[in-house]
Design a protein around this ligand. Structure first.
Ligand code: SAM
Length: 223
């Protein structure tokens, strides 16, 4: 058995240790030693892009935000769906994750960062959404393992009342919020509804037809 090798270590601003490991062709991103994103189970991360962006294939000048970068699979899937004049903003909290994508793992998802439509914004996804002035047609969130903080303390702000209100405010008309989750969270669904979203839950496979079941909350502002 090939042993895991640590390629890099970094910390979120509030101290969570983020590590990139490699074993042969496999890569793994960890948060405080717990799996955050493996390179071998990526189906639901790609499905997140499909659920959030499938309505944008023919839309001129679509703008999409992904939080965060991870190993780039959601970004690649979004780029494959979006038209040539689209813009993709990837909000990533940890600058080293960006650097690791450039140095070690960009090939895994077909180099999404070299696509001219891609722009990486280093910082907290919610702060980047709040600072934006043009609005997004889709906001795709996969910064934790579900709508509760995991990768960084403080991420709960994204999923609470104020965070959801800010997201709603920065979605364009007919915009879509899609949130990846490893579990069903009824309270999160109720908070989405209270924030003025119509919510559907999509069940997707982690890997092929047999992998673990993951969930995607698809939320559209009620008008
Ligand atoms: C589960 S991984 C994303 C996996 C990604 N969907 C993919 O396809 O590889 C979570 C990523 O979100 C980043 N992150 C965590 N909290 C964040 C925040 N508040 N804002 C932006 N990025 C964040 C982490 O550093 C990590 O790169």
């Amino acid at each position: 058995m090939i042993p895991w090798q640590t390629l890099g270590e970094a910390h979120t601003p509030d101290g969570t240790r983020i590590t990139l490991r490699q074993r042969g062709h496999e890569f793994l991103l960890l948060a405080d030693g717990r799996s955050l994103m493996p390179s071998t189970i990526t189906g639901s991360e790609q499905a997140l892009a499909a659920v959030g962006c499938r309505q944008l294939t023919g839309q001129p000048h679509a703008r999409v935000l992904i939080g965060g970068l991870g190993l780039g699979f959601t970004a690649r899937a979004a780029l494959d769906l979006l038209p040539p004049d689209a813009a993709l903003v990837i909000a990533e909290l940890v600058p080293e994750v960006h650097a690791w994508n450039q140095q070690f793992v960009g090939h895994l998802a077909g180099q999404p960062l070299t696509d001219p439509r891609t722009q990486v914004a280093i910082g907290d996804a919610l702060a980047i959404i709040r600072a934006d002035t043009d609005g997004f047609d889709a906001i795709l969130l996969d910064v934790d393992n579900g709508p509760a903080e995991f990768a960084a303390h403080g991420n709960d702000a994204l999923y609470g009342r104020a965070g959801l209100a800010a997201i709603r405010q920065h979605l364009r008309p007919a915009g879509v919020l899609a949130v990846w989750s490893a579990w069903e969270d009824h309270r999160f669904a109720r908070r989405l509804a209270a924030a003025g979203f119509a919510v559907t839950l999509e069940r997707v496979r982690g890997h092929g037809r047999r992998g673990a079941r993951h969930l995607i909350y698809r939320a559209v502002p009620r008008r």
